[in-house]
Design a protein around this ligand. Structure first.
Ligand code: AQP
Length: 373
């Protein structure tokens, strides 16, 4: 068995300052109000590469932000960070080309507005680096079909889109493994819903390494303090496809409406009934959007001094205030023609040498034709 070579480096190094998610988020969002204290403190993680991808399936919501994006932004300060708009993945559910194009643009704009800094992190569009699909094929040759048939997301999609169980949907986790492996990333900031995929990605590279010699890193998931954010229904994961989201970039009155529709503690029927902040999703979100006073808010609920409507109004104000700067920045960036496209293309160009090198090593080990480096 051969030893693992040092992975090639990506773009300029991030600054040395290693900070907590909260501090880093605040530091890179000069135009925003205080940012929620979501995010795993990353100061103890050794400096190495981070990769994560987000689907261009609409605008980011509070679940995406607290579960993953806050950590994207924090980790760009302390790691070599690579973030990707995964448009190849979106093809598994969206078959409208114009929509994918528009959503890719919108998602990139959103990430940049939230504080993702192209000087510190690489942001790119997955389909601009077609080596991802080649590596998917190469990895798929070591993946037993039973591994991917049992992934929870595949079973879920079978339920939610039974009329469209396409082959790409089945292969999705192998593409995800390739996305991470191609850049030799060690950490992957994601929400808990991605835990099974991450575990599978580790198994896939382990199987490849066992057959062809150690090369790929088994990447670790990094979860935030809010690994599963529940939606406005109070039960399910906040999710665009379930329509239970609180948007980040919507107009304030839309955000207010979404928050006011939230299901709270279902056992609190009368205004005078004591509430249970531990189960109330509105109270839980106050932990992140009212970090300095959530205990007082919870106390008000427990003693029925405050009603659910007041607590929701306050949460809506806090969410609107938290993202006001990002909303403004998004408007400014949207007025710069070509800016987003420029960032995405430059990101993909910086990654080309690393992606080609990985494919070249795989070709050598797997007995395929030589690849020009
Ligand atoms: N509710 C959530 N709580 C915590 N983390 C979440 N993430 C998504 N929803 C939550 C994390 O956000 C990142 C991007 O996710 P994605 O690209 O898979 O986005 P998504 O799954 O498209 O988000 P939705 O709203 O759930 O979309 P649909 O309904 O289309 O599937 C990931 O790291 C994810 O874990």
């Amino acid at each position: 068995m051969t030893t693992t070579p040092e992975p090639p480096t990506a773009g300029p190094a991030a600054p040395d300052a290693v900070t907590s998610a909260r501090a880093a988020s605040g530091a890179v969002q000069p135009t925003t109000a205080p940012v929620p204290s979501a995010g795993t403190p990353v100061r103890d993680l050794p400096r190495s590469r981070v990769f994560s991808g987000i689907q261009p399936s609409g605008l980011p919501h509070v679940g995406n932000y607290l579960g993953a994006l806050a950590n994207y932004i924090a980790m760009q300060e302390s790691h070599d960070a690579i973030y990707c708009i995964v448009d190849y993945h979106a093809l598994t559910s969206t078959h409208d080309g114009e929509l994918i194009r528009r959503n890719t643009h919108e998602m990139a704009l959103g990430l940049l507005a939230l504080g993702l800094d192209p000087e510190r992190a690489i942001l790119f569009r997955q389909s601009d680096r077609p080596e991802h699909t080649e590596l998917t094929w190469l990895l798929s040759s070591v993946v037993p079909v039973t591994w991917i048939e049992r992934t929870p997301s595949f079973k879920e999609k079978r339920r939610y889109q039974p009329e469209d169980i396409n082959h790409a949907l089945l292969t999705y986790p192998v593409l995800q493994a390739a996305d991470i492996a191609i850049y030799h990333a060690r950490y992957v900031p994601v929400g808990k819903d991605q835990a099974a995929h991450l575990e599978l990605a580790r198994e896939i590279v382990r199987a490849w390494n066992a057959r062809y010699g150690d090369y790929f890193i088994e990447a670790e998931a990094v979860f935030s303090d809010a690994p599963v954010v529940r939606g406005t229904d109070g039960v399910n994961k906040m999710s665009k496809s379930l329509g239970n989201v609180i948007d980040i970039f919507a107009e304030p009155d839309v955000i207010r409406r979404q928050v006011m529709s939230m299901v709270t503690d279902t056992q609190r029927i009368l205004r005078t009934d004591p509430g249970r902040p531990e189960v109330c999703n509105v109270c839980q979100l106050h932990r992140f959007f009212s970090p300095l006073e959530y205990e007082a808010i919870w106390d008000g609920e427990r003693t029925a001094r405050t009603g659910c409507v007041d607590t929701k109004r306050l949460l809506a104000d806090r969410i609107i205030e938290t993202f006001a700067g990002a909303r403004e920045r998004r408007r400014e960036l949207a007025e710069r023609p070509g800016y987003v496209e420029e960032v995405l293309r430059a990101g993909a160009a910086r990654l080309e040498p690393m992606a080609r090198e990985t494919i070249a090593v795989c070709h050598e080990r797997m007995g395929l034709g030589p690849v020009e480096r």
